[in-house]
Design a protein around this ligand. Structure first.
Ligand SMILES: Cc1cc2nc3c(=O)[nH]c(=O)nc-3n(C[C@H](O)[C@H](O)[C@H](O)COP(=O)(O)O)c2cc1C
Length: 178
């Protein structure tokens, strides 16, 4: 069974990426022998903007489509920008579209404040209604308050939520994958 964690922030000291890395660590800690954990950092995969001529044939898009397609369950980590997922996260989904079909998806987001908690629901709706994804009803939502001065994730409640998301992602993917 393959789990793919995708970090979509392009910021150097990204909080959502820190959570994506923590999720990978939590998932590996579970030592599920039949589970392969993979991580994509979008900084390493410059993508064209969706809609441009031949964007879907771009080698970077084709390669990511294949990795998403091969995964049974995914976790998407995104910044909150303008009360939504970042343009980079949305662009990835627009470019890789059908590869998301029938996946089990967990969501992680980093925001500036506490009021944008529901801001990924538009993205969740699109994944559910366009691609029949099952969205894990257990989000990880972080703000700067959850990080220490060195930029490390340092909040017990959030670390427990990351652990819980890792468990749910593996359990639900195992139970629900087609
Ligand atoms: C263009 C832009 C728009 C933003 N919009 C929101 C917003 O609507 N709600 C919010 O809580 N934070 C907002 N923020 C703050 C980011 O969500 C915050 O900096 C977060 O840490 C970014 O994620 P990252 O650290 O993983 O890159 C915005 C930041 C930027 C640069």
């Amino acid at each position: 069974m393959k789990i793919l964690i995708i970090s979509t922030s392009l910021a150097p000291d990204s909080h959502s990426r820190a959570c994506a890395l923590a999720l990978r660590a939590s998932a590996l800690k579970l030592e599920e022998r039949d589970v392969e954990i993979d991580l994509v950092d979008l900084r390493d995969h410059p993508l064209p903007l969706c809609g441009g001529d031949a964007c879907w044939a771009d080698p970077a898009v084709v390669a990511l489509q294949a990795r998403i397609q091969a995964a049974d369950g995914l976790a998407l980590a995104s910044p909150v920008y303008n009360y939504d997922a970042s343009a980079a996260a949305k662009n990835l989904i627009e470019l890789t579209g059908e590869a998301w079909s029938d996946k089990i998806v967990g969501l992680i987001c980093a925001a500036g404040g506490r009021s944008s908690y529901m801001s990924l629901m538009g993205l969740a709706n699109s994944l559910m209604l366009d691609f029949r994804c099952v969205i894990i009803p257990r989000f990880v939502y972080v703000t700067a308050d959850h990080f220490d001065e060195a930029g490390a994730l340092a909040d017990d409640d959030i670390l427990q939520r990351v652990d819980a998301l890792a468990r749910a992602l593996i359990q639900m993917t195992r139970a629900l994958r087609p």
